[in-house]
Design a protein around this ligand. Structure first.
Ligand SMILES: Cc1ncc(COP(=O)(O)O)c(C=O)c1O
Length: 402
């Protein structure tokens, strides 16, 4: 089609930067370049065998047909049990939605609730998709800074300052993509205390990285911390990160009955049900032995510590130690204004990322994509040798800047 024109709604949004970086790294690799890609947001571990076995069994048993739009009762039950077990939250089965990925859950919820002009409060740095999803759903993202001075966490004062009569949602994400910052129970309580004063504001709590926390950190989620917010909170989670199941596409949420019903209506006229096979695999994942989560966290922690230490040794970089997820978000403020040996000037984190990829073949995502500069995101979901190599290259690159 030569005269293709995209819709106005789509014109307002950007393609996912993180996916674009991963794709660029893949292309350079295919072209023969020696590339280390630390851009992707997925565990490098494989899906555990007991989960794969459940999927194979589901195929053999002919569980290969359409299912109920927002999930099979068995998976809803497993999700309800998980919410009770891990978060002390009680949800009936008609308060649970299953969708093709955490992304779909968030998107369905926004489409099901947003009216033109409605505002969505998004702390920055944010996961790249939140603002664009809000725009696609016809709303207005309201970005509020949660910068390094407060450990990349939203303060109650900053939250209160951006609430208006048009605020529909606060999107809350802990542990965070891209910073790895996680809110303690008390830090969440300070925010929910503000929200208690604004009954028209709903909370979308994106808990995708719940299980990836370190040093004894105790995960908490808003509906658990403040039961008075239970009726206006959507607690979002999924199989992707915890169970290394990014390709299986299963996300889930617990929330108020009418909202869950509205989300099912969106799915009924768009995606229909998530893959039946992935749903059965997720039943096994949630009901099975969870001890591998700890083993994987131990490996992630070793990598986090290595990456933080090595990045802090690079000229001009400073890197905080995050509580969770598998990302670090170092500042590159100290190299802004410098130039590479080839004379390429580093004026922004985007320039830094491009020059690092060009000179040393390390793919990371620049901070502007997440709404807070000058920073960059490193995903340390990679083998330790690869991380060591990548960090040495970053150190060499920073040392080469003048
Ligand atoms: C914070 C956050 N929320 C949601 C998602 C989406 O997860 P899924 O792959 O299940 O759609 C991601 C994935 O990168 C994420 O980082």
């Amino acid at each position: 089609m030569t005269n293709f024109q995209q819709s106005e709604a789509l014109s307002r949004v950007q393609p996912s930067t993180t996916l674009a970086v991963t794709q660029k790294a893949r292309e350079l690799k295919a072209a023969g370049r020696d590339i280390i890609s630390l851009g992707a947001g997925e565990p490098d571990f494989d899906t555990p065998d007991f989960i794969k076995d459940a999927a194979i069994q589901a195929i053999r048993d002919g569980k290969t047909k359409y299912t109920a739009v927002d999930g099979i009762p068995e998976l809803k039950q497993a999700v309800a049990t998980k919410f009770k077990r891990d978060n002390n939250l009680d949800y009936d089965l008609d308060q649970i939605s299953i969708a093709p990925g955490g992304k779909a859950i968030l998107y369905n919820a926004l489409v099901a609730t947003m009216n033109p002009g409605d505002e969505v409060i998004i702390p920055a740095p944010y996961w790249v998709s939140y603002p664009d999803m809000a725009l696609l759903a016809g709303g207005k993202p309201v970005i509020v800074k949660a910068d390094a001075s407060n450990g990349f966490k939203l303060s109650p004062e900053a939250l209160e300052a951006v609430i208006t009569p048009k605020t529909k949602w606060l999107i809350f994400n802990s542990p965070s993509n891209p910073t790895g910052a996680a809110y303690t129970h008390n830090e969440i309580k300070a925010l929910t205390d503000v929200l208690l004063r604004y009954p028209h504001v709903m909370v979308m709590s994106d808990d995708m990285y719940e299980h990836i926390v370190y040093d004894g950190f105790e995960f908490a989620t808003p509906a658990e911390v403040e039961p008075a917010l239970y009726d206006r909170t959507l607690t979002v989670n999924g199989a992707s990160k915890a169970f290394a199941m990014t390709g299986w596409r299963i996300g889930f949420a617990g929330g108020p009955k009418p909202m869950i019903k509205a989300m099912a209506k969106v799915m009924s006229q768009s995606t229909s049900n998530p893959s039946s096979i992935s749903q059965w695999a997720s039943v096994a994942a949630l009901n099975g032995d969870q001890s591998f989560l700890k083993e994987r966290n131990d490996a992630f922690k070793e990598r986090r510590d290595l990456v933080v230490s090595m990045l802090n040794q690079a000229n001009g970089l400073t890197c905080a130690t995050p509580e969770g997820a598998f990302y670090v978000y170092p500042s590159c403020e100290g190299v802004i204004g410098k130039a590479t040996p080839n004379g390429v000037k580093i004026s922004s984190d985007e320039d830094f990322a491009a020059a690092l990829l060009e000179d040393e073949g390390v793919a990371i995502v620049f901070g502007a994509a997440f709404g807070l500069s000058p920073y960059f995101r490193v995903s340390y979901a990679a083998a330790i040798e690869q991380l060591e190599d990548a960090c040495q290259r970053i150190q060499r690159f920073c040392a080469s800047l003048t």
